[in-house]
Design a protein around this ligand. Structure first.
Ligand code: SAM
Length: 340
């Protein structure tokens, strides 16, 4: 049976008219075997989906831009076929939390929550491990859009962020949100010491929803290149991060390390940091990065991933995510998998 997915209108504001192509690529990766084609019906864009083994509505519901689902019903009247009609199919509620968790915060440098969800979805789709809850690390976590998206999807979110003010703001926001929603939680900021000296802070939170496993979140203030030191032996199923674009959004566009490394380009930062994050992945884990191709070519980033021992996903839908954000940012994403 053929289905049609209607996209949320906001998606086009994020991707400057390229939303349909991105959503098609996302769905192909998240629903293997499905044939997904952008079409227009009566002047409205849809994704036309044919899934040989049947469509999994839960997968559609989890997509970053899905608004509504329809199935095509052939209608006939007076002995002649009059064409397809669209019958609405209810989308199951798959999110664990209300999505205003990620839509309320607005701040310069925020990664759009819809794009964060797309990046998280395709990265998790590439993970080659037993199904189950995932531990997702964002080593440049900002105010936590990725970690909160992980929670929405029922996974645990961890991070490192250079700007202590961003971590403070995120902690304050999350606490207020959890209290306002009357959800059972813990949330604490604690100092981090090494050899007796304070080297930063960490924020930890847990959330207990009725009849669900407990969700965990944790973020260190610090440099993304020190992520393995900060997180110690802990390993993750996925690394998901939106790299700095090399354009200034706020005070802390670059690294936090002392010693004048703030002027490093995003490309130099990724060269140093990516091998560290690769070590933090479990076998079969996946790393999904988005970046500005004006500062680093796809080929160069792929070479860094390969050097770090990852298998770059570089065929079919994986090559269909490049899109314009503004005149100085052409954003793309790349996913690499750590061999089992
Ligand atoms: C493009 S933003 C990502 C924002 C995040 N996804 C969000 O929505 O809040 C990049 C973030 O990386 C942080 N950052 C840049 N260089 C870093 C470094 N070397 N170590 C840790 N964080 C860094 C910046 O402070 C900024 O918050």
């Amino acid at each position: 049976m053929t289905h049609y997915v209607l996209l949320a209108p906001a998606a086009n504001r994020v991707y400057a008219g390229e939303a349909l192509g991105l959503a098609a690529a996302e769905l192909k990766l998240c629903h293997p075997g499905a044939d997904v084609v952008p079409v227009a019906l009566a002047g409205v864009d849809y994704l036309k989906v044919d899934a040989p083994g049947g469509l999994d509505a839960e997968v559609v519901a989890g997509q970053s831009a899905a608004l509504a689902l329809f199935e095509a019903v052939e209608s006939s009247g007076a002995g002649e076929t009059t064409g397809d009609l669209l019958r609405p199919v209810p989308l199951p509620v798959t999110d664990w939390l209300d999505d205003d968790l990620v839509t309320i915060p607005k701040y310069p440098g925020k990664t759009n929550e819809q794009f964060t969800r797309l990046l998280t979805n395709v990265t998790l789709a590439a993970v080659r491990r037993e199904p189950g809850p995932r531990e997702v690390l964002d080593p440049m976590a900002g105010r936590g859009t990725t970690m909160m998206t992980a929670w929405l999807l029922g996974h645990d979110g961890f991070g490192v962020e250079a700007d202590p003010k961003a971590v403070e703001a995120m902690a304050a926001y999350l606490k207020t949100w959890l209290r306002r929603k009357r959800l059972k939680h813990t949330a604490d900021t604690t100092p981090v010491r090494r050899e007796g000296c304070a080297i930063g802070k960490r924020f930890d939170a847990t959330l207990r929803l009725p009849e669900r496993r407990e969700l965990t979140m944790g973020v260190f203030t610090g440099d993304a290149r020190d992520s393995a030191q900060l997180w110690g032996k802990r390993k993750f199923d996925a690394v998901v991060t939106d790299a700095p674009y090399g354009v200034v959004h706020g005070a802390a566009a670059h690294g936090a390390r002392a010693g004048g490394s703030r002027d490093r380009s995003p490309a130099a930062l990724l060269r140093e940091a990516l091998p560290v994050w690769a070590v933090q992945l479990r076998p079969g884990g996946a790393m999904g990065l988005s970046w500005n191709t004006h500062g680093l070519t796809r080929e160069d980033l792929a070479a860094i991933m390969v050097e770090a021992g990852l298998e770059v996903q570089d065929d079919g839908p994986w090559l269909q995510f490049s899109h314009r954000v503004d005149s100085s940012i052409q954003r793309d994403l790349m996913v690499g998998v750590k061999p089992v």
